[in-house]
Structure formats: structure tokens, C-alpha cells
Design a protein around this ligand. Structure first.
Ligand code: SAM
Ligand code: SF4
Length: 407
């Protein structure tokens, strides 16, 4: 079983109006060094309560916010703290940091590489100056190009974040962004369709839904021609360099989230447990500062009940179906049966039969995946594969061990 660590760094140079992540403008909250001290305290206090992966960490991911705003020494101090807590990276572990254009130079990149960071996720978004302005981004196209040239010249493994369906953006501008991104040789690209609530200033002037679908199809074909295959709803990669960290989220593996707003999931008997830190920095500081010592800290006892969810079978099954189906590889029927038992697997299969008949899913050699038509209605499929407690009650005859099978 794989195990990864996510560390949230909430600082940004600007606040993009469309962003829903936990982030604060640099200078508006405690200085980064103090925040990092809190996260180190979180590691020291809570790691003692973790069952640590014997093979070591498969992945570490510094996400944000903009982690590349921090001095590299601060990032290094977090890796050291993980080591001190017995959370060593296994040889060949994937270590990613999100970087924004204009925040990394040659020296910083060298420092990252020296500390073992081997994957970079670049928040480039677009090569179009007008669209960057509309999104409220602070970096220029020139800075994006300079950052990408730096990464490309050094031959490092990096991913490109592309934002599309921005107000006023045309299909040919999306194509232009993808083609320019490919010129810098990314090994991975995440393409996100702008998501904003109705009434948000950026909800106006956008291409209609059918054209947004066309944009996505175009991104897919341009990237496929450039050697990057779609392996998840929003993610594309060259063979062998899919994001190992994100795959943890989509394949029922454990991950520990550290820092403000981070989420964790631990596989444990019977159905797993989800935990999260508060999204507000004030509350995060309060909780970490009031933590009891490492010898007494306990996830279930010391986190407020609203931040802990011990999963029931129906929730675990729902999560399992949704996350596995996000990947083009889909659900493996045998693995599903192994985890949930024959009775529950049969119940899932009967819903899947309906979706196969509707043309929304298709069979693979080992199970099922979204069909091309299903990819356009993924949310409706996820709704069909949402299980309530009463849905599974019928699958648990008295004395059945199915609902208690370990994960
Ligand atoms: C949390 S951000 C962190 C990366 C970095 N701070 C940046 O913005 O460049 C990760 C990615 O999420 C995407 N994103 C953020 N808000 C979004 C939204 N409302 N709709 C779609 N994608 C969004 C952006 O493409 C961004 O690169
Ligand atoms: S830079 Fe990234 S994390 Fe920061 S506000 Fe903008 S989208 Fe959000």
C-alpha cells in the first residue's frame, strides 16, 4: 500500500478571485517562517499517532497557495521534520512542489533539486496576457516563458497547469495555449475548466457549454498528438510520468495532509477515516498551539469531531467508485470485490449494468470505465454510483462479515 504526505503552504502574491483554496496574501498573516514552525509542530505532535508506512513515503507534495514563495530552507526544514518523525522518503519517492511563474530562479531551482524535489507543478494558466489580467494573475507571459525555459533547459520533470474557458477566451486561443505549452516539453499537464459560481464576475462572457466541451476535446487531441495521454478527467501525461501523488487520491491509498485546510485519508479497519484541518489560518494556529504533547495526541480524541469522519461502508463504496472512475483505467472489478465482498460488488455491478446500457460506461478487460459520452456527464454517473446506508443494508444478511471486511 502506498502512503503520501501533502503539505499546504497558503501564501500568494495576489488573490485570484476565482480561487477557492485556502490562501492569504503574503504579509497579511503570520510570516512564513512562523507558519512552517507550526507545521513542524504538527508533524512532531501527530506523527506519533500514525501507523507509519514500513516502506517509507511514496510521495510528498507541497501545494498551495504558492509554496515557491518560501525560502527553500523552510521547505527543507519540513522534509527534515518528516525524517525526524520517522517518515522517510523511500528511494525514488516523488517529491513535488507547486511553483508560480516569476517566483523561481536558477538558485532556487538548484536548492529544490539538492533537497530531493524532483517534480514541479507550474501554475502557468495561459500565455495570453489579456487572460492573465482577467484572472487577476500577477505574473506576465514573459515570466512564464522564463520559468518554463529554466525547467526545460534543466530537463526536470514538470507539469503545466492550464486554465481554460475564461471569459472572452476563444477556441483558437485555447489551442494556442496548448501548442505553446507543448513547445516547452512538459511531461504532464493539468487542464482545468474555470469553475466559478453563478453571479461571479468571471461567470460572464464565457463560451457556451458546447464550446467548452469542444475546447476540452481540442486540448485532448492536441496533447495526444504531442505525446501526452489523458489518464484522468483533468490530467494528461507522457507514459510513466502520471502524478503518483494524485493517483493516491484516486486509488484508495492513505495520505496525510499537513497545514491549514489540508485533508487526510487513512485506510484502516473497517472502512477508513477522513480527517481535515480547519480552512481558517486563525483556527489552525489555535488548534496547533493548543495541541497536547506527542505522547498523548490522538487523531480521534484531539481533533474536533467536525474534523473527523470514520467512514461507513456506503461512504467508502461511494468514494471508491467516484475516485477510481476519475481515472481512464476505471474500476478494477476484482479489486472492488476484494475490498467490499461479493454481495456489495454484485450491488455495484447491477447499477453499472444500467450505466453500460445507457452508454455512459464501457467494459475494459478488468472492469469498467467512463465511455467518451460518459466523460461529458461524469457528475450524473457519480450520482448514480452514490450509495446510502439503506442501499447496503440489503446486502448484509444477519451474520454476514461483508460489511466488516477490512480495507
Ligand atoms: C491551488 S492552485 C495552486 C497553484 C498556484 N498557486 C497557481 O495558482 O498558479 C492549483 C490550480 O488550480 C487551478 N484552479 C484554481 N482555481 C480554479 C477554479 N476556480 N477553476 C478551475 N481551476 C482552478 C489553477 O489552474 C491552479 O493552477
Ligand atoms: S495564485 Fe493559485 S493559490 Fe493563489 S490565489 Fe491564485 S489560484 Fe489561488
Amino acid at each position: 500500500m502506498a502512503f503520501g504526505v501533502y503539505i499546504h503552504i497558503p501564501y500568494c502574491l495576489q488573490i485570484c478571485t476565482y480561487c477557492d483554496f485556502s490562501k492569504y496574501e503574503l504579509g497579511k498573516i503570520l510570516p512564513p517562517a512562523q507558519y512552517v514552525d507550526l507545521v513542524r509542530q504538527e508533524i512532531r505532535t501527530r506523527a506519533s499517532n500514525l501507523s507509519k508506512p514500513s516502506a517509507g513515503l511514496d510521495t510528498v507534495y507541497f501545494g498551495g497557495g504558492t509554496p515557491s514563495l518560501l525560502e527553500p530552507e523552510l521547505i527543507l526544514s519540513l522534509l527534515r521534520e518528516l525524517d525526524n518523525a520517522g517518515l522517510h522518503r523511500q528511494p525514488g519517492a516523488e517529491v513535488t512542489i507547486e511553483i508560480n511563474p516569476g517566483t523561481v530562479d536558477q538558485d532556487k531551482l538548484d536548492a529544490y533539486l539538492a533537497m530531493g524535489i524532483n517534480r514541479f507543478s507550474v501554475g502557468a494558466q495561459s500565455f495570453n496576457e489579456r487572460l492573465l489580467k482577467i484572472g487577476g494573475r500577477k505574473h506576465s507571459v514573459e515570466e512564464t516563458v522564463a520559468s518554463l525555459e529554466l525547467l526545460h533547459t534543466r530537463g526536470v520533470n514538470y507539469s503545466f497547469d492550464l486554465l481554460f474557458a475564461m471569459p472572452t477566451q476563444t477556441l483558437s486561443e485555447v489551442q494556442d495555449d496548448v501548442r505553446r505549452a507543448l513547445q516547452f516539453g512538459p511531461s504532464h499537464l493539468s487542464a482545468y475548466c474555470l469553475t466559478v459560481a453563478e453571479g461571479h464576475p468571471l461567470s460572464k462572457g464565457r463560451a457556451p457549454d458546447e464550446e467548452q466541451v469542444e475546447m476540452f476535446e481540442n486540448i485532448e487531441s492536441e496533447l495526444a498528438a504531442g505525446g501526452l495521454d489523458r489518464y484522468e478527467i483533468s490530467n494528461f501525461a507522457r507514459p510513466g510520468v502520471q502524478s503518483r501523488h494524485n493517483l493516491l487520491y484516486w486509488t484508495d491509498q492513505s495520505y496525510w495532509g499537513l497545514g491549514v485546510s489540508s485533508h487526510s485519508y487513512f485506510r484502516q479497519t473497517p472502512w477508513g477515516m477522513r480527517l481535515w484541518n480547519p480552512p481558517s489560518i486563525k483556527e489552525y494556529i489555535r488548534q496547533i498551539e493548543r495541541s497536547p504533547g506527542a505522547d498523548t495526541w490522538d487523531f480521534q480524541k484531539n481533533l474536533p469531531p467536525a474534523q473527523v469522519e470514520v467512514l461507513h461502508a456506503n461512504q467508502a463504496l461511494t468514494d471508491y467508485c467516484h475516485t477510481f472512475l476519475r481515472r481512464w483505467a476505471g474500476i478494477d472489478a476484482r479489486a472492488l470485490r476484494l475490498k467490499f465482498g461479493d454481495l456489495i460488488a454484485a450491488q455495484v455491478q447491477s447499477r453499472i449494468e444500467t450505466l453500460l446500457k445507457r452508454g455512459w460506461l464501457e467494459s475494459t478487460e478488468t472492469g469498467w470505465r467512463l465511455s467518451p459520452e460518459g466523460r461529458l456527464v461524469a457528475n450524473a454517473i457519480f450520482e448514480e454510483l452514490t450509495f446510502l446506508p439503506e442501499d447496503l443494508a440489503a446486502t448484509a444478511p444477519k451474520g454476514s462479515r461483508n460489511l466488516l471486511a477490512p480495507c
